[in-house]
Design a protein around this ligand. Structure first.
Ligand code: ADP
Ligand code: MG
Length: 561
């Protein structure tokens, strides 16, 4: 969807296509390998609690530039700290969401819980953040891309790259005088244009790069999935590469300890709670299709920490069974809950009635350590991400100027649609060049966004006030990879398809408003979708499990051998 005929292609880790007999054999083996190693899901079309299908996967790992991967990994603890500080900034959360909660009932319900908890004081001051920062490589950077070069040369018919960047910053900022903004835009545009010229010259003498950097798609603070499926994807592809005689390439597949990293995070929180008999509670949907990605967490905890029990309950069940003890400890029957890990509760459909909201509030007011606590949940909204991308906002949360710079670079254009001047400017811009954007509501879990040419109709159906429930974001244009996608029930052998990938980096952060006691990066996941698809949720059926194959240069012919 965000790709076109000019989209650059990353080289494959091995030469494709494979001979048909080899492809058939290795794919059949890989499917069994996937099921037997828990890279699996419950079927949506033929659901049975007694069986699993393998999860769709990409046969061989997709290339990803090592430098960018390492940058993302190194940045995660800084993003963790940023989100922790944001979550604990009452004024920032309140102001940022003020317009949104007037029209978005779901966010308003979450905010009401937050407000009530603030009024009564937090029973549990410690929060457990298990975050996932999702990102895509950008092949359309002003500095590098053919697309931006064309625009800079006025060949795209639309706004030039410099103007686009300048407009983003101005419309989004909403601070400073108009003249200052204007001057800033002009300077920005000049810098972009001179960079583009330099780049054109560089291109004449060197190979073209398929990407220039990566940009954050979103940050998840609730139910960040694939802690198991991330590492499991590597296991399948490692097996496939070895089967195909490429064991020598395995060292380019980075270690992935996401499952251990996340589960150890829960156990660290359990330790802080400090009651040996207390349990860890997973809040689950009524039906868990993505069951492996929850059970493996549970099994890891039981195997690694045999004395710790995990319970699974829906919000409805917590409403039925849960109560607070004398010190506000959360009790399910007679079992005290130390840590609550939400794998549900992030979308309106999980709250069937007031009962589920009451359950959420009960948990929020309890002594249990929540992942996420309500302020963390709110800090993960798209609206907050949009606010963080505005100039000078990061300074409120990060002290080190180098860190501010590094984090600032990961944001692509994010624009407010609040009912004010900046919001109206965004609205006009979206109507003018919708193909540049994605429109996002305050929802999680995929399938909620509006893309490109569909945006004007969607926006026109909303009142000015209703628009504040949404944000607008620049589309990221990731480079393509070519490979085989293997899906349950699909024709065999699979065909080579054009794909794009989204990398997720996990982070764990534990602390209270004053102190962070644990902060680390915790593995990664890679999801890959057909280049023609807008979204790539694996459980939703559009994406496939994948893992990164790190390359040092995107034009290295040696990688193809
Ligand atoms: P959700 O919370 O529903 O997962 P996301 O913001 O992650 O919402 O968007 C869902 C999917 O849409 C992403 O996984 C990605 O494939 C696609 N997407 C989102 N934002 C962009 C963007 N700015 N550019 C390109 N694709 C995007
Ligand atoms: Mg997402």
């Amino acid at each position: 969807m965000s790709s076109d005929a000019n989209t650059p292609v990353l080289p494959n880790c091995i030469r494709l296509p494979l001979a048909e007999d080899e492809l058939l054999e290795v794919t059949a083996k890989a499917k069994d390998y996937a099921i037997m190693h828990g890279a699996a899901m419950r079927s949506k079309t033929a659901f049975s609690p007694d069986s699993l299908n393998f999860a769709p996967f990409v046969l061989v790992p997709s290339s990803f530039p090592r430098k960018e991967f390492e940058k993302a990994v190194a940045l995660q603890p800084i993003i963790n700290r940023l989100m922790h500080n944001v979550a604990h900034d009452e004024e920032f959360i309140t102001t940022t969401l003020a317009e949104t909660i007037k029209v978005d009932e779901f966010t308003a319900n979450l905010f009401n819980i937050y407000r009530k908890v603030l009024a009564h004081g937090f029973t549990q001051k410690t929060s457990l953040g298990m975050l996932r920062s999702d990102l895509m490589l950008e092949s359309g950077c002003p500095e590098l891309s053919p697309r931006a070069l064309r625009s800079a040369a006025g060949e795209d018919g639309g706004q030039d790259a410099g103007a686009a960047v300048g407009q983003g910053a101005g419309a989004a900022a909403g601070t400073g005088s108009k003249e200052e903004e204007h001057q800033e835009q002009k300077e920005h545009r000049e810098v972009q244009l001179s960079r583009a010229t330099k780049e054109r010259e560089r291109r004449a003498t060197s190979a073209q790069s398929a990407y220039c950097c990566w940009k954050q798609v979103e940050i998840n603070t609730i139910a960040s999935g694939f802690g198991h499926l991330g590492p499991a994807s590597k296991t399948i592809q490692r097996f496939v590469l070895s089967e195909l005689g490429h064991a020598d390439k395995l060292h380019n597949m980075p270690d992935n300890n996401a499952l251990a990293g996340l589960c150890d995070g829960m156990v660290k929180a359990w330790d802080i709670y400090g009651k040996p008999k207390a349990v860890i509670l997973f809040i689950i949907e009524d039906v868990s299709y993505n069951i492996c990605d929850q059970r493996f967490h549970e099994f890891y905890i039981r195997e690694t920490y045999p004395h710790i029990k995990v319970l699974r309950r829906t919000l409805t069940e917590v409403h039925r069974e849960g109560k607070l003890g004398q010190s506000k400890e959360l009790l399910l029957g007679s079992q005290e809950v130390a840590v609550i890990y939400f794998r549900a509760g992030y979308e309106p459909g999980h709250y069937h009635s007031q009962a589920e909201w009451d359950a959420r509030y009960l948990m929020e007011t309890s002594l249990a350590i929540k992942c996420p606590s309500i302020h963390y949940h709110l800090a993960g909204t798209k609206k907050v991400q949009q606010a963080l991308a505005q100039p000078a906002v990061l300074e409120r949360f990060i002290n080190d100027p180098d860190e501010i710079k590094a984090v600032g670079k990961i944001f692509t254009g994010l624009y407010s649609l609040d009912d004010n001047e900046a919001g109206n400017a965004t609205y006009e811009m979206a109507l003018r060049t919708p193909e540049r954007f994605v429109l996002k509501p305050q929802r999680e879990g995929g399938g909620n966004n509006v893309y490109g040419v569909d945006i004007p109709d969607a926006l026109k159906r909303m009142s000015r006030v209703e628009r504040s429930a949404w944000i607008l974001m620049d589309l990221i244009h990731p480079p393509l990879t070519k490979g085989y996608m293997v899906r349950p029930g699909a024709d065999m052998p699979p065909q080579i398809v054009d794909m794009v990938s989204e990398l997720g980096i996990f982070g764990v952060v534990i602390g209270d408003a004053e102190h962070i006691v644990h902060n680390y990066q915790a593995g990664h996941m890679l999801r890959t979708k057909l280049s023609t698809a807008n979204e790539g949720g694996v459980a939703a059926g559009l994406g496939a499990l994948d893992s990164p194959y790190l390359i040092d240069s995107d034009d290295d012919e040696n990688e193809q051998k």
